[in-house]
Design a protein around this ligand. Structure first.
Ligand SMILES: Cc1cc2nc3c(=O)[nH]c(=O)nc-3n(C[C@H](O)[C@H](O)[C@H](O)COP(=O)(O)OP(=O)(O)OC[C@H]3O[C@@H](n4cnc5c(N)ncnc54)[C@H](O)[C@@H]3O)c2cc1C
Length: 411
């Protein structure tokens, strides 16, 4: 027998649970989890999080989870700086001594060769310093001190962020959910959202596979799956989904976990690499990726030409990978908007509906502070970083958030 008043949710029997909330958050990826936590922390409102799968079962699970402030758009840097503080002080910020973001303060190096990209990199370092980021140019001697294996003959400019690093996607997302549950939110996993319910242009709730939920506000935080739920509410949603491959290699010596992350702007696919557990190096691309019709139908095979390309580029940049062994690979979806930046905040045409999608391969580092801003916006408060530039209407208004490096996840 259950003790009376315990917040127990029986997913198989929706009649036993309360179905009336202030806000329903759809999606328990890192964005939905952060938004739910901040709604509970800042507003004390009644929140239900629904996900069609488990917590952190979507794109977040595939993330390389790099947290750097290098951007060319100032508000992206501001979001990262606010997030970085949360990653670094996760337990205190979440008020739970058991949670852990898994953040490793490895530092971040970004390198460019001679030419236009070096000029843009220099301008962006100045812009970031101007908005409070600890980032600056270093010479090759200093870069070799930080990362002795680096080969830098073709490099003209090096930027460095001492405070950046990488976190653990699952620990971060489940940490936000745990802390949000401590504050009273309800979590419904294996609960597919089917339709946002509206009446007279206002949100009234959410239809799910387990029944309808009443709510005056709904936040769609379903990343690459946004099109299906936005259908009928947001015509011509600007969203493209692409497939990205991550590889891990084992070199001659263990790759230490505090070795700085490297972003290599000399490569056509804007390769990046960082340490991963077990002494291997994780390598990804900052390019477009392969377009796919649906995030649920991605080819799971690892392309051998990419293994050769990335292995060759890694060998040219770092000593000790001449005879490297491929140890793992996985694929994940990018939800891409036309300007490679997310859409955040209220949907003007539907009162009570907010969205957060289109993170274009760089949303993990933004998510803690973006979740705070989304919560503040839904609560009618001033936001930690202005959301105006991220509005859906920016595409129709021809006011895109164009980054300095062209397409790719470094905006
Ligand atoms: C390979 C790869 C590497 C990356 N590396 C980095 C990086 O180094 N740094 C960085 O900052 N970013 C990185 N990113 C991007 C970052 O991981 C994403 O932007 C971020 O995780 C997106 O989180 P999300 O919560 O928006 O989406 P998701 O994690 O995809 O969450 C969406 C959730 O919605 C749920 N859902 C979908 N449809 C429904 C429905 N109908 N009903 C209920 N629930 C539903 C899904 O099950 C899922 O749990 C990377 C992404 C990939 C793929």
């Amino acid at each position: 027998m259950e003790a009376e008043g315990l917040p127990v949710t029986r997913m198989g029997d929706p009649r036993k649970v309360s179905n009336s909330f202030d806000v329903v958050v759809v999606g328990a990826g890192v964005v939905g989890a952060s938004a739910a936590f901040h709604l509970a922390k800042l507003g004390g409102v009644k929140v239900c999080v629904v996900d069609r799968g488990p917590v952190c079962g979507g794109g977040t699970a595939k993330s390389c989870a790099i947290v750097r402030s290098h951007y060319s758009i100032a508000t992206n840097t501001l979001f990262t700086l606010a997030s970085l503080e949360m990653f670094r002080n996760f337990q205190d910020y979440l008020g739970d001594g058991e949670v852990d973001s898994g953040f490793v303060n490895s530092g971040y190096l970004i390198v460019a060769g001679e030419g236009e990209l070096a000029g843009r990199l220099k301008a962006n370092l100045d812009m970031q310093a101007g908005v409070g980021a600890e980032t600056y140019e270093i010479d090759k001697t200093e870069a070799k001190r930080l990362h002795p294996g680096l080969r830098l003959d073709d490099v003209a400019l090096i930027g460095y962020e001492p405070k950046s690093g990488y976190a653990d996607p699952y620990l971060t997302t489940s940490g936000f959910i745990k802390a949000a549950r401590n504050l009273g939110i309800e979590l419904r996993t294996d609960c597919e959202a089917q339709q946002v319910l509206t009446a007279g242009g206002r949100v009234t709730g959410l239809r799910t596979a387990q029944g309808d939920i009443e709510a005056g506000q709904v936040l769609l935080a379903v990343g690459p799956w946004t099109r299906g739920l936005a259908e009928g509410l947001i015509p011509d949603l600007p969203l493209e989904v692409s497939r990205h491959v991550v590889l891990t290699f084992r070199g001659a010596a263990p790759y230490e976990k505090t070795t700085p992350i490297v972003k290599d702007l000399t490569t056509a696919n804007k390769m990046y690499f960082r340490p991963a557990s077990g002494g291997v190096v994780l390598v990804g691309t900052g390019d477009h990726g392969d377009p796919v019709a649906s995030p649920d139908a991605m080819d799971e095979n690892t392309p051998q030409d990419l293994v050769l390309l990335q292995g060759g580029q890694l060998t040219r940049r770092v000593e000790g990978f001449e005879d490297a062994e491929l140890t793992a690979s996985w694929i994940g979806p990018y939800d891409i908007t036309p300007d490679w930046n997310p859409v955040l905040g209220p949907v003007e045409a539907v009162s009570g509906l907010s969205i957060a999608y289109g993170f274009s391969g760089h949303g993990f580092k933004l998510a803690p502070a973006v979740g705070k801003a989304l919560a503040q916006s839904m609560l009618g408060e001033a936001t930690v970083v202005p959301l105006e530039g991220y509005r859906l209407g920016r595409f129709a208004d021809d006011e895109p958030l164009r980054g300095a490096y062209g397409i790719g996840s470094i905006s």
